[in-house]
Design a protein around this ligand. Structure first.
Ligand code: HEC
Length: 301
């Protein structure tokens, strides 16, 4: 009886699995189709009066040097890493695979006898020559007519990579291994808006993007946002009434509320949950083999 039961379970599982596999296959087909017909807007990088540089993705200051991690890696990751990145399974060209995600790869002497990046000299860097090429048989990334993973790059991004090579093509370690340093406060115009040093950074970005901050919200709404941010829960009506009735200086009332919420169990639960999600604490095996699955080292399933 038990073996018939097991047999039956296997058949049902297989049917479910096939259904799932077909769904995945059709989804990925739908996703890859448009890439053969990639259209990108023609955007010319512009410099404005405040000395900033606009690409589709970033507003970059012209005064401070570019950062590999902040400005360049995201561009290379999207446009190049499929074929020149960490995954050796998709790395090209086959006869002499090229890596652009590490300095060793990018500055290595190639079979041609030269490196593809000459620090400080974009005009003699083969990497820049290929990115700026108008020839679909030569341009990097591969033109969509040559590969389903081909792309046409945003000219503003190409200009950023050119500038990075001119500035010395400095690679950086993963940000997690770089010791944090206190940054100088960025310049801002609307000084009256500032209440603390973090506001300098927020306002600086807003001003660079020509955005004005929203007006202050009413107190009840601020409390609601604070409560959701710190505990994941709305405030109780009693908390709202007390908060609004408190006639002391608002900064004081607010910061007291922050301290109170930081001491609440719901704060600890809310933030612990983010970590548990990352560790996939509540995951199950999914679909047919939905057996117990534990990531907790002290519990055996
Ligand atoms: C879809 C795959 C693919 C993508 C994406 C891609 N490349 Fe390539 N790359 C190749 C292939 C294949 C070659 C070999 C030359 C050829 O076939 O044109 C190559 C060659 C190169 C070379 C010359 C290496 C040498 O020593 O001759 C450089 C430089 C290069 N790529 C840079 C880039 C950069 C920069 C990007 C992103 C902006 C990029 N590639 C994106 C596939 C790709």
């Amino acid at each position: 009886m038990r073996s018939i039961h097991t047999h039956f379970k296997v058949i049902i599982s297989s049917i479910l699995f096939l259904g799932w596999a077909c769904t995945i296959a059709s989804c990925s087909k739908q996703k890859t189709e448009p890439s053969s017909d990639i259209k990108t807007e023609e955007i010319t990088p512009t410099e404005n009066k405040q000395g900033t540089y606009h690409s589709k993705h970033e507003t970059v200051s012209l005064d401070t040097p570019l950062s590999f991690n902040e400005h360049i890696q995201p561009i290379l990751s999207v446009n190049c890493y499929h074929c020149h990145g960490p995954d050796s399974g998709t790395r090209l060209p086959e006869d002499e695979p090229l890596r652009l995600d590490s300095a060793e790869g990018a500055f290595a002497i190639r079979d041609s006898g030269n490196p593809i990046i000459v620090k400080g000299d974009p005009d003699n860097s083969y990497l820049i020559e290929l990115m700026e090429s108008k020839d679909p048989d030569q341009v990097m990334p591969l033109h969509p007519s040559r590969s389903p993973h081909g792309r046409v790059m945003d000219p503003a991004d190409i200009a950023l990579v050119r500038r990075w090579v001119k500035e010395g093509a400095n690679y950086e370690k993963h940000w997690a291994y770089i010791t944090p340093k206190k940054a100088a406060l960025p310049e801002i115009k609307n000084k009256d808006w500032i209440r603390n040093s973090i506001d300098h950074f927020v306002l600086n970005k807003l001003e660079k993007n020509k955005l004005a901050p929203n007006p202050d919200q009413d107190k009840a709404r601020l409390l609601r946002r604070l409560s959701f941010d710190l505990t994941g829960l709305p405030p109780t009506s009693q908390e709202v009434t007390q908060f609004l009735a408190d006639k002391r200086d608002f900064e004081e009332v607010y910061s007291e509320k922050v301290d109170q919420l930081l001491k609440a169990d719901s704060y600890a639960e809310h933030f612990a949950r983010h970590w548990l999600d990352v560790a996939r604490y509540a995951d199950t095996h999914g679909i047919h083999l939905d057996n117990y699955r534990s990531i907790c080292p002290t519990v055996t399933g």
